[in-house]
Design a protein around this ligand. Structure first.
Ligand SMILES: [Zn+2]
Length: 110
């Protein structure tokens, strides 16, 4: 996935679809507290540049997880289809939570 190497960054997020058809948004984050990466179950220490993965489900609803950058690149990105770069400003967590209030068919195209 060299095409997306170094992404997400502070200006650009990534959006793809899971096998089940849920949106997965990959947003660059800086850890404000200690997180555990679902990829390797290791710790993401405070202050670490990492990837926030926010799922927006087809039926509505969202949740997010914090991944090591490398784990997201190696384990998560290859599982997603149709990955596209998107503006980070349009993919903040609060915007995605708003988006998730509608089921997929009633969301604005973007
Ligand atoms: Zn990890």
């Amino acid at each position: 996935m060299t095409e997306f190497e170094g992404l997400p960054d502070s200006r650009t997020s990534l959006r793809g679809l899971t096998e089940e058809g849920h949106e997965a948004w990959l947003i660059r984050g800086i850890a404000g507290k200690l997180y555990r990466c679902p990829g390797c179950h290791g710790e993401i220490s405070i202050g670490t540049d990492h990837v926030v993965v926010q799922y927006v489900r087809r039926a509505g609803g969202s949740d997010h997880h914090h991944w090591h950058r490398r784990c997201a690149e190696d384990l998560l990105v290859p599982e997603l289809r149709g990955i596209k770069p998107v503006r980070a400003a349009a993919s903040t967590r609060s915007r995605l939570e708003t988006r998730a209030r509608r089921p997929a068919g009633r969301r604005q195209r973007r």
